[in-house]
Design a protein around this ligand. Structure first.
Ligand SMILES: Cc1cc2nc3c(=O)[nH]c(=O)nc-3n(C[C@H](O)[C@H](O)[C@H](O)COP(=O)(O)O)c2cc1C
Length: 147
């Protein structure tokens, strides 16, 4: 079965709420396996067919843990080529982090990225949660289309 990783970091819980809803949306699609994780090693990334990263924006940047993960994956030459890559995250006013991760997925790892990233201002409300579920569902369906 095709496997999706939803990997996220969240300091105050907002991106965590998004991650729960993204995973729920992806799980609603039959025939894909979805894992929701707060931590993954670079090697683990290669075990999945789609890597969906949730990252909030702090100081106009992605968080240190997420930066280190992709740095380490690059150093170890982890092969993520042609896997699906997608990103999302909560933000307050500028929201750069998901785009920065998506750029690395595309330019460094040659992943098949899904644009645009999903951004939600602060805590997702009902409509925001629905957007997250829809985002997860779309990724799972895109993955099922790949042979
Ligand atoms: C110290 C600090 C710096 C922040 N810097 C930014 C920023 O540069 N751009 C932005 O859009 N939001 C910024 N935010 C807002 C957070 O992205 C926002 O609170 C978000 O909901 C946090 O997500 P989390 O609950 O998943 O950690 C900052 C918040 C704090 C506390």
């Amino acid at each position: 079965m095709k496997k999706i990783l939803v990997l996220y970091y969240s300091r105050t819980g907002n991106t965590g709420k998004m991650a729960d809803a993204v995973a729920e949306g992806a799980r609603a699609v039959h025939g894909v396996d979805v894992e929701l994780k707060y931590y993954a090693t670079p090697e683990e990334l290669a075990d999945f067919d789609a890597v969906v990263v949730g990252v909030p924006t702090y100081h106009h940047d992605m968080t240190v843990g997420m930066k280190n993960l992709f740095e380490e994956a690059a150093v170890k030459n982890i092969n993520l080529e042609d896997k699906i890559g997608a990103t999302f995250g909560s933000y307050g006013w500028s929201g750069e982090a998901p785009r920065l991760v998506l750029e690395i997925m595309k330019n460094k790892f040659n992943m098949h990225i899904m644009e645009p990233p999903l951004l939600i201002k602060y805590t997702p409300d009902q409509a925001g949660s629905e957007k997250c579920k829809e985002f997860g569902r779309k990724i799972a369906e895109e993955l099922k289309l790949q042979t």
